[in-house]
Design a binder for this molecule. Structure first.
Ligand SMILES: Cc1cc2nc3c(=O)[nH]c(=O)nc-3n(C[C@H](O)[C@H](O)[C@H](O)COP(=O)(O)OP(=O)(O)OC[C@H]3O[C@@H](n4cnc5c(N)ncnc54)[C@H](O)[C@@H]3O)c2cc1C
Ligand code: FES
Length: 285
């Protein structure tokens, strides 16, 4: 929801107004990661495109950018998957009924789902990087006939660190997608692949002229995934990554998230590799 605000220099800008959401449920995904389902107190619809994020505010603690991880067709509930790393994320997952969370958004660019229609798609996710990709998976599966082959590669550190375990099982059993899952280190019950996510590339053969790739995970994982995709012949304009940078305003005002000539909050977080090639792999540019 937008409102007009005036800057010191009398310039008028549009800002996202903070809305209050109640916490409907909190599901523990892994030892440090939780999926929150939120409901708007104003009962108005909430719309987003896969790949976008919200600024979530834990009252009295602070705000953090968190990707939308739910179904974009669900307009009355908002879903986020949050890994607890510090004060804000800890406060967000501990807000219990009848507590509230402040939410500004959605912000940023989405995955190029329209552009990819008629083409093959490969999604590669590492760890919590699956969260911003899950809405794209829901979308592609709902519009399955509009896409070609659909590959999904996912890696986590251990079986315990895999997100959305029920859905992973379902995606693996589908005949209309090729889903492969791996862990860096297995346990006594794990019978699947062991190795980093890029080891799964030997299982697939991409048609480089006809394939788009969507990638999200730690930067080191994205770096090696891009190399594998290039090895299979994909050009940088067909490889899309979601980038993370520290953020404050979420509105291209503070400069905190600057990444070369881009502001990750507004121009990203989704970029094509040919946009960011020069800056990729450098922490502060
Ligand atoms: C566009 C975008 C989307 C994001 N989506 C999600 C999401 O869906 N789920 C989720 O759990 N997190 C997501 N993050 C990361 C999340 O915003 C940070 O983890 C959060 O801001 C940390 O706040 P904190 O106060 O809990 O921890 P802090 O006290 O700020 O930080 C604790 C530790 O985490 C590190 N840290 C802080 N921010 C980041 C970051 N962005 N990346 C890596 N390490 C960081 C700090 O260096 C520090 O070591 C996203 C970030 C961006 C920019
Ligand atoms: S977070 Fe302030 S400019 Fe991007």
């Amino acid at each position: 929801m937008k409102a007009k605000a005036m800057l010191e220099n009398s310039q008028t800008i549009e800002v996202e107004v903070m809305r209050r959401f109640s916490v409907e449920s909190v599901v523990k995904e892994t030892p440090d990661t939780y999926t929150l389902t939120l409901k708007p107190l104003d009962k108005k619809e909430y719309n987003f495109v896969p790949g976008q994020f919200n600024m979530l505010y834990a009252f009295g603690v602070g705000e953090a950018p968190i990707s939308l991880s739910g179904d974009p067709d669900e307009r009355h509930l908002v879903v986020h998957t949050i890994r607890v790393v510090g004060a804000v994320t800890n406060a967000l997952v501990n807000v219990k009924k009848p507590g509230f969370i402040g939410l500004r958004g959605p912000f940023g660019s989405g995955w190029p789902l329209e552009k990819m229609k008629g083409k093959d798609v490969i999604i590669v996710a590492g760890g919590i990087g699956l969260a911003p990709l899950r809405p794209a998976i829901y979308y592609i599966l709902k519009h399955r006939k509009e896409y070609g082959k659909f590959f999904f590669l996912y890696g986590a550190r251990t079986p315990n660190d895999l997100l959305y375990k029920k859905e992973l099982k379902e995606w693996k059993s589908r005949f209309d997608m090729d889903a492969f899952i791996t862990v860096d280190a297995g346990d006594e019950k794990w019978t699947g692949n062991v190795g980093v996510v890029t080891t799964l590339f030997k299982r697939i053969k991409l048609d480089p002229d006809n394939t788009y790739a969507l990638v999200c995970g730690p930067e080191i994982m994205m770096k090696y995934t891009v190399l594998e995709l290039r090895n299979q012949g994909l050009t940088d304009d067909k490889i899309y990554l979601s980038m993370e940078r520290n953020m404050k305003c979420g509105m291209r005002l503070c400069g905190r998230c600057q990444f070369g000539p881009y502001f990750v909050c507004k121009d990203g977080p989704v970029f094509s590799m040919d946009q960011i090639n020069r800056f990729f792999g450098r922490r502060e540019v």
